[in-house]
Design a protein around this ligand. Structure first.
Ligand code: HDE
Length: 713
């Protein structure tokens, strides 16, 4: 029988450890340091090459390297007397501790990251000279995913936009693609950013609610500043409730300018397409997870990578001619509240990214990584999008406070893999010992070094764009005034069940708004988007549905905007296996092995923590298992013995209510029937033996949920 370590499994009892009296080389990892006990399908622990000891040497020292003879008692005047100021070791230890925290990001404070590799397919050479996009070129990357509004300790599963920021450590320097999981933004001009964020953050008097948009100030702002309405409908869709960071699209949002080797320019939008499809949580699941597992997305990403289910995305670009108008199919490419439907401008795939390594230290890597939209490589440039222009300023500025000075690019996770000769000097946290006397240009003392690259290798190339003679003004073009047509496009592109979720989301959020005038103003915005949407929300709020104040044509729906449809692999999907007290260990072990082999993560659930069949470690008891953790539930033969247990009934009922797969073998089907659920039903199946479970599950998980189960009103 194979022995597959399972995430969360009780660690084997360590031998009693006595405190050594002689220095010895650092011991191997303690069981509680070797987080989650998951193997790759090949049986190799992903962490093995990283070194998990907190300390590398044999002796405990001060930060000055002096060996310590005591660290448990402070220096006192007598056994019971006051502590002496001269205790340098105490002061150093406490002082360092006092300064362990740095300011959290003002937005996107809550996040998780991973290392990986990007491999270019080629094909982009005709539009960009960026070396890392040349065919076959491999580039190391670090990706940080995040929510926007919440503080660093907030729950992962709140309704929000998600950040999707990628640092490419290219041979030509760092390129940062600092995007979101939604292709449009709330505002058209960066000068409005503090306003939208102040409106979305907790109210300044009580500092509540945390990581929520369901409150007065958010809806006050977006209903007044109606260019936010398009982004807002994306938030109210299931895109605002990602199932996993691994199952999100990513978007550069702005239009960028690409430059090829001949100096020809085109405009482009960046897209990340996940191999696992785009999937959401249900609102009820998201709310439950906020309590049961606030770290759900962090855990999911790290567990999947550790288990060898490495998340993958393809990078794609939509390319447009660089015309003086900078529009395409009537859409203003400088307006970040607008997208260009994929059916109008197809997304051309130019490479693939795989995330395959978890950070070794969250603070050093995920917290200290500093993205910057101005980190551009030759061949990729910015446009005059007024939102992008403001971002070019903000991302360096914010690090000066957050990372404590101007040398944050010397922090290992930020360090370019290309040689750096920047002539920037001194400042807080200067790590380098620069030599010589001529950090200036031009110089003769260093033989003129370093030299300027010039075209075409040099970055920040000023493309010969004609700027018409104009006047200084705080204004924007009239094309930016259309705030509703693309929100309507989004609505019309949804399937019925997605529309139902959007109505429910607006109803919930506006139901939490106290000020009647704000609710009514937002209903007016919804009337301008679609009568069906407005009617549904108005009915839930018990308010009359207003008539539209703008006349909108019906755009051609864009099926690419819907999350439904398609069939996806089960990589990293979490499957609960419920065993009864007398379930046989052999069959259950066989099912677990087969599920792990197929890329899924099985968790064994039993009434108590007693090993199943006397030998299989249990990961969840009925007291600790809750349905929201699983994508599917399997009821093992022998589960009928506990079919009447209220905790199991709740588990089965919630899995069914949330449209997730239920599978049973042997008498396990009785546990499903006890919950009043017919077998078979859509996504509910009984099979003859455990051997059939692994063969059936991928099909049941392919569409994420059994959407047929959701009755549409
Ligand atoms: Fe950001 N944004 N942003 N943003 N943003 C930051 O930079 C800002 C915008 C995005 O994982 C901050 O290092 C302004 C759009 C992501 O570390 C800050 C404006 C998009 C992340 C900042 C925008 C983003 C940030 C906070 C309007 C999608 C997380 C900490 C002009 C395309 C990066 C930091 C990470 C982070 C400013 C608008 C995405 C303050 C002023 C549009 C994914 O500099």
């Amino acid at each position: 029988m194979s022995d597959i370590p399972i995430p969360g499994a009780p660690a084997p009892e360590p031998p009693p450890v006595e405190e050594p009296t002689e220095p010895v080389p650092p011991p191997g990892p303690k069981p509680d340091q070797s987080a989650p006990q998951v193997r790759t399908p090949t049986g190799v622990r992903a962490h093995d090459d990283q070194g998990v000891n907190a300390q590398q040497g044999e002796w405990l020292t001060t930060s000055g390297g002096v060996r310590l003879r005591e660290t448990d008692k402070s220096l006192k005047a007598g056994e019971r007397g006051p502590t002496l100021l001269q205790d340098h070791h105490l002061r150093e230890k406490i002082t360092h501790f006092d300064h362990e925290r740095i300011p959290e990001r003002v937005v996107h404070a809550r996040g998780a990251g991973a290392h990986g590799t990007f491999v270019a397919y080629g094909g982009a050479e005709s539009v960009t000279s960026a070396g890392f996009l040349a065919e076959g070129r491999e580039t190391p990357v670090f990706v940080r995913f995040s929510t926007v509004l919440g503080s660093r300790g907030s729950a992962d599963t709140v309704r929000d936009t998600r950040g999707f920021a990628t640092k490419f450590y290219t041979d030509e320097g760092n390129f940062d693609l600092v995007g979101n999981n939604m292709p449009v933004f709330f505002i058209q001009d960066g000068i409005k950013f503090p306003d939208i964020i102040h409106a979305g953050k907790p109210h300044p008097d009580r500092e509540i609610p945390q990581a929520q948009s369901a409150h007065d100030t958010f809806w006050d702002f977006v209903s007044l500043h109606t260019e936010a309405q398009h982004h807002t409908i994306w938030n109210m869709s299931d895109r605002g409730l990602s199932r996993s960071y691994r199952m999100m699209e990513g978007f550069g949002v702005h239009t960028f300018r690409l430059v090829n080797a001949a100096g020809e320019t085109s405009l482009a939008k960046f897209h990340w397409k996940p191999k696992l499809g785009v999937h959401g949580l249900l609102w009820e699941e998201a709310q439950m997870l906020g309590g049961f597992d606030p770290d759900f997305h962090r855990r999911d990403l790290a567990d999947a990578i550790e288990a060898g289910a490495h998340p993958e995305w393809e990078l794609g670009i939509q390319v447009f001619p660089d015309t003086p108008e900078q529009t395409y199919a009537g859409i203003d490419l400088l307006d970040p509240t607008k997208l260009v439907p994929e059916e109008v401008a197809p997304v051309q795939k130019i490479g693939r990214m795989v995330l395959d390594r978890n950070p070794s230290n969250f603070f050093a890597e995920t917290e200290q990584i500093a993205f910057h939209v101005g980190n551009l490589v030759p061949g990729i440039d910015v446009t005059d999008d007024a939102l992008l222009q403001a971002r070019l300023f903000s991302y360096v500025d914010t690090q000066l406070t957050r990372l404590g000075g101007p040398n944050f690019n010397q922090i290992p996770v930020n360090r370019p893999h290309a040689p750096v000769n920047d002539m920037l000097r001194d400042g807080f946290h200067q790590d380098a010992v620069h030599r010589g006397v001529a950090p200036y240009h031009p110089n003769s003392l260093d033989a003129g070094c370093p030299f300027l690259a010039g075209d075409p290798q040099g970055a920040f190339r000023d493309n010969p764009v004609t700027v018409p003679e104009t006047v200084k003004q705080r204004a924007q073009s009239a094309s930016f005034d259309d705030h509703f047509s693309q929100a309507r496009l989004f609505w019309l592109s949804m399937t019925p069940v997605e529309k139902q979720h959007i109505i429910a989301a607006y109803s919930f959020e506006l139901g939490k708004v106290y000020e009647p005038a704000i609710r009514e103003r937002q209903l007016q915005c919804l009337a301008n988007i679609a009568a069906e949407l407005c009617g549904g929300v108005a009915a839930a709020l018990g308010l009359p549905a207003p008539s539209p104040t703008v006349e909108l044509a019906d755009p051609e729906p864009s099926p690419a905007l819907s999350m439904l449809g398609g069939s996806y692999p089960p990589d990293g999907r979490v499957v609960g296996i419920v065993a009864g007290p007398d379930s046989g260990a052999d069959q259950i072990d066989g099912v677990r092995t087969a599920l792990s082999g197929a890329g899924m993560t099985p968790l064994l659930i039993a009434p108590t923590g007693a090993p199943v069949g006397g030998e299989l470690a249990v990961q969840r008891t009925f007291a600790t298992a809750r349905s929201v953790e699983y994508d599917a539930l399997v009821l093992a033969d022998g589960a009928s013995a506990v079919a009447a247990d209220p905790q199991l009934l709740l588990l089965v009922e919630e899995i069914f209510r949330h449209g997730k797969a239920l599978l049973a073998w042997g008498d396990g089907a009785e546990a499903i029937a006890s919950a009043g659920i017919a077998v078979p039903a859509p996504g509910v199946k009984a099979v003859g033996s455990g051997a059939e479970v692994a063969a059936e599950l991928p099909d049941l998980l392919a569409a994420h949920r059994s959407w047929e189960r959701f009755a549409l009103s």
